[in-house]
Write a protein that binds this ligand. Sequence first.
Ligand SMILES: Cc1ncc(COP(=O)(O)O)c(C=O)c1O
Length: 368
Amino acid sequence: MTYPRYTPLAQSLPSTVPFVGPETQERQRGAPFRARLGANENVFGPSPRAVAAMQAAAQDIWMYGDAENHDLRHALADHHGIRPDNIMVGEGIDGLLGYLVRLMVGPGDAVVTSEGAYPTFNYHVAGFGGTLHKVPYEGDHENPAALFAKAAEVDAKLAYLANPDNPMGSWHSGAEITAAMDALPEGCLLVLDEAYVECAPEGTALPLPADDPRVIRMRTFSKVYGMAGARVGYAIGAPDLIAAFNKVRNHFGMNRAAQAGALAALADTDWLTHVTAEISTARDRITAIARDNGLTPLPSATNFVTIDCGGDGDFARAVLSALIERGIFVRMPFAAPQDRCIRLSCGTADDLDAFALALPDALKASRG
Ligand SMILES: Cc1ncc(COP(=O)(O)O)c(C=O)c1O
């Protein structure tokens, strides 16, 4: 009988999934969720112009997409006032993180991140055999100074920082990160994940030139552009680093309809303004609901609000389970002490009505 001959690295990997998807949870619970507020998707949806472009492109789906993402890269370059050779388009930030780690991290190579930060990065590092070193959050913020000091200590090749941060919704100004980068050791690349930056206050994006060799920035159409299912993200960096992705990426990995949709979404600035306003209204409503129930909402620069449930991780996990039982899909931070919180994505008025209705009951059940 034959058998698969896994590499020693693959054999050593645990069967982890960074995030169990809501569809999986719905199958497990045998019922759909009433409100889908756990994955930081954008319930306000994509630009109608993006939808039309994807519908039109559906006719042409027999063709592979443009392997160079030429039009989208050029449009993004114009949008950011940089050059197309500063941009790599890929299958969401998650896909691009995988390529980046594959390019830079081999077995035993050191990498740094924050304890409890975005886990898909960690998943890729483990998948290529890297060694992950973690620093704690400071309050509920990622701590760039501690991150870069740890990077120097362990000779890290990559330092991962999300700004704004998931799961806490906290943020630093771009100027603070720039200043902290003076301590970034030579040979360590800052992976700055700016997935939520379009909903953050002015001045949050890193104000450095795209050619700066110390940093690669990650952006996505999954959040404020409302296209998570299309899987379109992009990296901004120095041209030689961007070109290196061509050695490992899946050249025909981009969906043709998604390419057309992203191009149309980028051009529809009115829709972006509309969505940003909806997100801001929803953040205020979540904040109010949390306070009405005696909980502490944390300030957010993202399309979600993290809510301190006022107890320990076990209590927050109980609240989370009780909400899920009541049909409200939410998630929570993985690591203590941030796991005293639950995390709620911005929803429609209807979604948040459902949350407002379920929360008092869920809290009662968790306390009881
Ligand atoms: C910090 C952060 N980075 C990346 C992603 C995923 O982005 P994408 O959909 O482009 O893979 C998420 C999604 O929740 C996120 O929170």
